[in-house]
Design a protein around this ligand. Structure first.
Ligand SMILES: Nc1ncnc2c1ncn2[C@@H]1O[C@H](COP(=O)(O)OP(=O)(O)OP(=O)(O)O)[C@@H](O)[C@H]1O
Ligand SMILES: [Mg+2]
Length: 304
């Protein structure tokens, strides 16, 4: 029982005292008894209602880690340490590009990180989720994982947030505050923005001025918040190409043994205005037969 609820109980069980030194003659038509006490209780109950409503507005969303492991988007117990280590190697340079540590030159909007790839199925959503969880373990940052893949909305579905308003709604509706589509999760330092309902004008919404405002608001004020965007394939849709110039850092996922060199080159060509492109090789075969990131990690700076 909360302190406020205990206070209500106590007030309910307390009969009001008769005023000392003043005898009030009983009236012929007695008014409602204990009017003063009742209204106090009501006021308190209203207050509790307000508090509960406010808490409900920002509910903590449960991320079902076991279910995510079961469907294979989070690693098994055995594979987890190796993936954790690989993600550490991937996130260090990303963080250095934001903080300027280790001699790195801070990148404009470096806290906006988009996970991209040339074609479908190369591991963008897998990378976005696992990288976001790894970044959320950093002490100095919190992470806002945004589902920017409007056509597929895999991340939104994996996190069971299909019924929530998200990126599409906040872009289309100027009355909706960006903070209202941010979902707090029970994973420490992890916030999520679902993609929301389907919108055939997603590319137009991404390229609108409203998008820049929404991104600024998502960035939080005075907070060290990292934005991790899952996105559709660069060569298959226009949305990702529109999104990319708004980001500070791009991670281009390349599927080992399947992405053609020409596809990677074409994908990089679409990234106009993106100076910091980080390539990672995904699903490199390990001796144990597990699929993980390879040691190949390279940074590609474009001067456009
Ligand atoms: N490194 C990895 N280890 C294990 N499984 C992986 C890895 N990368 C991707 N997968 C699995 O491969 C499948 C495709 O990956 P994912 O959905 O992340 O690709 P995507 O690039 O987001 O695809 P799309 O463009 O269709 O959204 C998923 O089942 C995912 O769990
Ligand atoms: Mg995906």
């Amino acid at each position: 029982m909360s302190i406020v609820e205990k206070a209500v109980e106590k007030l309910k069980n307390t009969r009001p005292q008769e005023p000392v030194g003043l005898k009030v003659a009983p009236s012929a038509e007695p008014g409602p008894p204990y009017v003063t006490s009742k209204s106090s209780v009501e006021r308190l109950q209203e207050r509790i209602g307000e508090i509960h409503a406010a808490v409900e507005k920002t509910p903590v969303w449960h991320v079902d880690i076991e279910a995510l492991k079961w469907v294979g988007v989070l690693p098994s117990e055995e594979a987890a340490p190796r993936l954790a280590d690989e993600l550490r190697r991937i996130k260090r340079p990303l963080l250095a590009n934001i903080t300027g540590n280790n001699g790195a030159v801070p990148v404009d909007n470096g806290h906006r990180i988009m996970i991209a790839s040339s074609l479908p199925g190369e591991g963008k959503t897998f990378t976005a989720l696992n990288l976001a969880l790894s970044l959320a373990m950093e002490r100095d940052f919190e992470v806002l994982l945004v589902d920017g893949d409007a056509p597929k909305c895999d991340l939104t579905r994996l996190l069971k947030l299909e019924d929530r308003p998200g990126l599409m709604e906040v872009l289309a509706d100027e009355q909706l505050q960006p903070a209202n589509v941010i979902v707090r999760t029970d994973v420490p330092n992890l916030l999520v923005v679902p993609v929301g309902g389907r919108n055939p004008l997603a590319a137009e919404l991404f390229s609108s001025r409203r998008m820049e405002y929404v991104l600024r608001e998502f960035g939080g004020q005075g907070r060290r918040r990292l934005l991790v965007f899952d996105s559709p394939p660069l060569l298959a849709t226009s949305e990702a190409q529109v999104l990319a110039p708004l980001m500070g850092q791009i991670i281009l996922v390349v599927a080992a043994g399947s992405t053609q060199q020409q596809s990677v080159k074409s994908a990089i060509d679409t990234l106009t205005g993106c100076k910091c492109i980080n390539l990672i090789l995904n699903r490199a075969r390990l001796p144990a037969g597990e699929d993980h990131y390879g040691n190949y990690y390279s940074r590609y700076y474009k001067d456009r």
